[in-house]
Design a protein around this ligand. Sequence first.
Ligand code: UDP
Length: 241
Amino acid sequence: MTTPRFKRILLKLSGEVLMGEGGLAISPEITARVAQEIADVRAKGYELCVVVGGGNIFRGLSAAAKGIERATADYMGMLATVMNALAVQNALEQIGVDTRVQSAIPMSSVCEPFIRRRAERHLEKGRVVIFAAGVGSPFFTTDSGAALRAAEMKCDALFKGTSVDGVYDADPKKVPTATRYETVSYSKVLSDDLKVMDASAIALCRDNNIPIVVFNIREHGNFGAVLSGEGVSTIVQNTGA
Ligand code: UDP
């Protein structure tokens, strides 16, 4: 199985990817490293959309469990994603990559609002477009935001950059015999509740036939390697295991 060649891709970065030692929410060093991975891929001519999560700063569900009203907690979570988006933007611009941040919650002094046609123009001009605030509504996640933007922006694939190298049939930290899938179908991910993205995001990708590539973005050079069909990853798509 070789990775199909893609032209326009959406990279979903979980907030946790930006975390540093000792619970530091946004590590400048790690953010710079992730930015370099993005810059290297951009330099190869790919069109890049990025969706960032906020779990390193604030998660609506956990805050709701501690007594904050769920919708309010989710709005706080969405604001956290804007902070991460600005951190990624800053790191990219410092190494000469042109970027724009578009937020699903308008905040005109901080970034652009999400306007699909404008985002399209940015991509045509070679800018990396970073989408913040998920879908802009509570009770969703940035995984759903990533699937939605990937569909709207007609991305060829959704790359989920995490700190593990793919999707396993069991938790590799607990089960030594756990094996990584090379490829797996959307329906198996849903029926076996495999931890890839939440169910609504998987369903949206399935309905729009967008492959999901799960890979480790913390490993140097891996993003580019996976894109060119090398490197270690799992592809979730229609013809799966
Ligand atoms: N969130 C939301 N709607 C969205 C996207 C995010 O309400 O469309 C909130 C939700 O509370 C979530 C938080 O923002 O917990 C941070 O996003 P997420 O958990 O998806 O971040 P990640 O796990 O990718 O770091």
